[in-house]
Design a protein around this ligand. Structure first.
Ligand code: PBE
Length: 270
């Protein structure tokens, strides 16, 4: 019923993702900042797969829905979505994705360290791999296809790095589409340098802990400065930040573009 308040139309529910995701704590902050504090309002914890499926169903029926959204992600390619304006800047504008490695990696595995240090690509490139995986392609294969099609760029990462023979390396990640894409690309490039690479998916907090405790060698999944800023702070001093591997990510609340009157988080109160 379009005459109802936006809150009522969406059942006072923001459809979220995994509990540990940075976007969930940012959204809790946003709900406070924008006064969505009435007991009726809730941020629903679920999974990325459940969120995108709920979003897909709502769009099919042209129903109003508010989700925790981010780019790069295929949801913005597959559906017509817009980010809600965030005048209080709770989500912190542009985000970048950083490569984080364990202390001592530079000394122990200098070739892998160099490669991880050089790895960087663009949002459209990450999206390209993500879309293939979303269309059913095996992530390992999708990553190899991308590498073949972008050999020049990949050569610029590996240039001058000596091959190793059977050294092993472990990368950890969270099984988000974006991180499945980046981790598989980096893993395959490390394999081309002679590394035996294992990749292991886990939740966000264990991901940061795996690097801090040196249980894993590195990860390319750190959305900063805002989204995973709390983990960054918690583990500061126990990892090496190799800087940005992808520039221009974004995190916020998103709605289908047919929700014409909802353009800012402020509008959710109306
Ligand atoms: N995400 C996807 C992550 C980073 C990548 C936005 C769900 C997060 O909130 O931590």
């Amino acid at each position: 019923n379009p005459k109802q308040s936006v809150g009522k139309q969406i059942n006072y529910t923001i459809t979220g993702v995994e509990a540990g995701a940075g976007i969930m704590s940012s959204t809790q902050k946003a709900m406070k900042a924008y006064g969505l504090t009435n007991a009726k309002w809730q941020l629903q914890t679920s999974s990325t797969a459940a969120m995108t499926s709920t979003l897909g169903k709502a769009i099919k029926n042209r129903q109003p829905i508010v989700v925790t959204g981010w780019t790069p992600h295929w949801m913005f390619t597959k559906y017509k979505l817009k980010f809600l304006k965030d005048p209080k800047n709770v989500y912190g504008g542009a985000e970048n994705i950083h490569t984080i490695v364990r202390k001592g990696l530079k000394k122990d595995k200098p070739q892998a360290y160099d490669l991880l240090n050089r790895f960087n690509w663009r949002p459209d490139q990450m999206s390209n791999v993500m879309l293939k995986v979303n269309n059913g392609e095996d992530p390992h294969q999708a990553a190899n296809d991308w590498i073949k099609q972008n050999q020049k760029q990949v050569d610029s990462w590996t240039k001058g790095i000596k091959h190793v023979h059977g050294q092993s390396i472990k990368l950890t990640y969270v099984a988000w589409d974006s991180e499945i894409a980046s981790t598989n690309v980096v893993a395959n490039v490390l394999r081309s340098l002679g590394y035996k690479v294992t990749i292991q998916a886990m939740e966000v907090q264990p991901l940061w802990a795996s690097i801090a405790t040196k249980a894993a060698d590195g990860m390319v999944s750190a959305w900063l400065p805002n989204t995973q800023g709390l983990y960054y702070k918690d583990y500061k001093g126990k990892f090496d930040d190799l800087g940005v591997n992808l520039k221009g990510a974004k995190v916020g609340l998103a709605v289908p573009t047919y929700m014409k009157n909802v353009n800012s988080i402020d509008d959710l109160k109306k």
